[in-house]
Design a protein around this ligand. Structure first.
Ligand code: IPD
Ligand code: CA
Ligand code: CA
Length: 271
């Protein structure tokens, strides 16, 4: 697909800028009560907006840091210049650039670049998913008890987030839940088989657009928590290798109904 190589170039350039900012350290500001933002988020979104505008002057753009251009166009880019800002601001090296492309309401390409590991994930509809040029696939684990899963906790209304119950139960039913702090990288990690499943409430289109294409093109599945069709504006994202998808849906239904919630063991019992 002709758009992907350009997006790869732009993501690499953006990632190199993030790497420089990360090395020098940046001042952190607050967007809301707890939502962090840095000069790196703004500078890199501006860079991506300029570059995409140069190569695809007809395309629309929707970015986390305020870019809204030509949104009536059939082609639209969803831009997260820095996914993992909290990690970045704390010096924790897990973050990425995420660029997803939609055409007439369908996601058709995704690029996620992790500048600290120099890992570039790219996928185009119908052509598979690639990590640094090598084809990747989702994992083959089919038993939920043997999975490694991932999730995230948005900063928005964090004291009201129901996800801690999901985190609790799914931790006890699997090899574990990783909370790495970058939803786009979590999805990329499902695509290449490092994680078997991932879920999160209230993600935004710039977090998911690219990663969803990566997962689907690597043979995985994405839906809402009840298995219904996932859309860019869905408030629930469940991604998996496909084989454990139904088991995840079943566990989530139980948690929503409040069934089988384990009692908290006492620290004394745990010794
Ligand atoms: C956040 C990260 C995090 C997820 C949050 C996102 P940001 O994006 O993806 O993993 O838990 O929901 O908002 O703010 O760092 O771009
Ligand atoms: Ca994000
Ligand atoms: Ca961001």
């Amino acid at each position: 697909m002709k758009w992907t190589p350009k997006a790869v170039e732009i993501a690499r350039e953006a990632g190199a800028r993030l790497r420089e900012f990360f090395a020098q350290g940046v001042v952190t500001e607050y967007k809301g009560d707890v939502d962090l933002v840095t000069v790196a988020d703004w500078t890199v979104e501006k860079l991506i907006r300029t570059r995409l505008g140069e190569v695809f002057p007809e395309h629309g753009m929707y970015g986390e840091e305020g870019t809204r251009e030509r949104m009536e166009q059939e082609f639209r880019w969803y831009i997260d210049p820095l996914d993992g800002t909290t990690n970045f601001a704390h010096g924790f090296p897990v973050f990425c650039v995420s660029l997803g492309l939609e055409f007439r309401g369908e996601l058709i390409a995704g690029v996620v670049y992790d500048p600290t590991r120099d890992e570039l994930f790219a996928a185009a509809k119908g052509s598979g998913t690639f990590l640094n040029g090598e084809r990747v696939q989702v994992s083959k684990v089919s038993n939920l008890a043997e999975t490694l899963t991932g999730t995230g906790f948005p900063s928005h209304k964090r004291h009201k987030n129901p996800n801690i119950y999901f985190y609790h139960v799914i931790t006890l039913r699997t090899h574990g839940v990783r909370r790495a702090g970058s939803a786009a990288l979590d999805l990329a990690n499902v695509a290449c088989g490092r994680l078997d499943a991932f879920w999160e409430f209230n993600l935004n289109p710039w977090d998911t657009a690219a990663g969803v294409v990566l997962v689907e093109e690597a043979g995985g599945k994405v839906s809402c928590y009840d298995g219904s069709e996932w859309r860019l504006d869905s408030k629930e994202t469940l991604a998996s290798n496909g084989l454990v998808h139904q088991s995840m849906i079943d566990v989530m239904a139980q948690i929503f109904e409040g069934r089988d919630l384990p009692q908290l063991p006492s620290p004394v019992e745990y010794r």
